[in-house]
Design a protein around this ligand. Structure first.
Ligand code: PRP
Ligand code: URA
Length: 209
């Protein structure tokens, strides 16, 4: 419980380097975030339970494995988390999607909620909360607090880049939540941006600034 899983497959490291590059524009940035998110799902779903089914191949009948009816919901933290949603859905297309709108107040650095809509049957589901950046951890912890009010079966947090400070905060406040990340960076700067990071994920995804 409360594990940090670094997913550092060479394809992910390569694409993440391109994502970090300040000269990568929004179109390519979105495509790369999409691809990395899909690749990360491979590891995030490693513990999905399987069950036996009988299938007749053109040669004979035999018993094979299928995923055992596990109900999953993806919960992107708006707005940057939306950039990871389609990539995750590529591999879990039947997942229901909840949305949590949060922004980080630039002065207090506290997460401010502005939207929350979750699937009705969340208590029967395992949740995957997605957001590209885990900086102070304020947004992730606030989102996890919201979803915990609805008592889901389990929660995993999927991010592209984590700062040590954010990891510590999530581990402390939510020791039951595993964190999957493609990189653990050095630190936060004086504005609580991740160093070296990739800048402001929302701005880079949507070309705002
Ligand atoms: C970014 C990012 C995380 C948050 C991380 O969102 O997408 O949600 O910052 O920082 P924290 O760990 O210190 O809370 P932002 O607040 O910039 O909002 P946006 O996605 O709407 O751009
Ligand atoms: N939010 C971002 O988008 N980037 C950071 O580096 C920190 C918080």
């Amino acid at each position: 419980m409360g594990e940090v899983i670094l997913i550092d497959h060479p394809l992910i490291q390569h694409k993440l380097t391109l994502i970090r590059d300040k000269d990568t524009g929004p179109k390519e940035f979105r495509e790369l975030v999409d691809e990395v998110s899909t690749l990360m799902v491979y590891e995030v779903t490693r513990d999905l339970p399987l069950e036996d089914v009988e299938v007749e191949t053109p040669i004979c009948k035999d018993t094979f494995k299928v995923i055992s009816g596990k109900k999953i919901s993806i919960v992107p933290i708006l707005r940057a988390g939306l950039g990871m949603l389609n990539g995750v859905l590529q591999l879990i297309p039947t997942a229901k999607v909840g949305h949590i709108g949060l922004y980080r107040d630039p002065d207090t650095l506290e997460a401010v909620e502005y939207y929350c809509k979750l699937p009705n049957d969340i208590e029967e589901r395992d949740l995957l909360v997605v957001d590209p950046m885990l900086a102070t951890g304020g947004s992730a912890c606030a989102a996890i607090n919201f979803v915990k009010e609805r008592d889901p079966r389990g929660i995993k947090l999927l991010v592209l880049i984590a700062a040590p400070e954010g990891i510590e905060r999530v581990k402390e406040e939510h020791p039951d939540v595993d964190i999957y990340t493609a990189a653990i960076d050095d630190k936060l700067n004086e504005h609580a941006y991740i160093v070296p990071g990739l800048g402001d994920a929302g701005d880079r995804l949507y070309g705002t600034k």
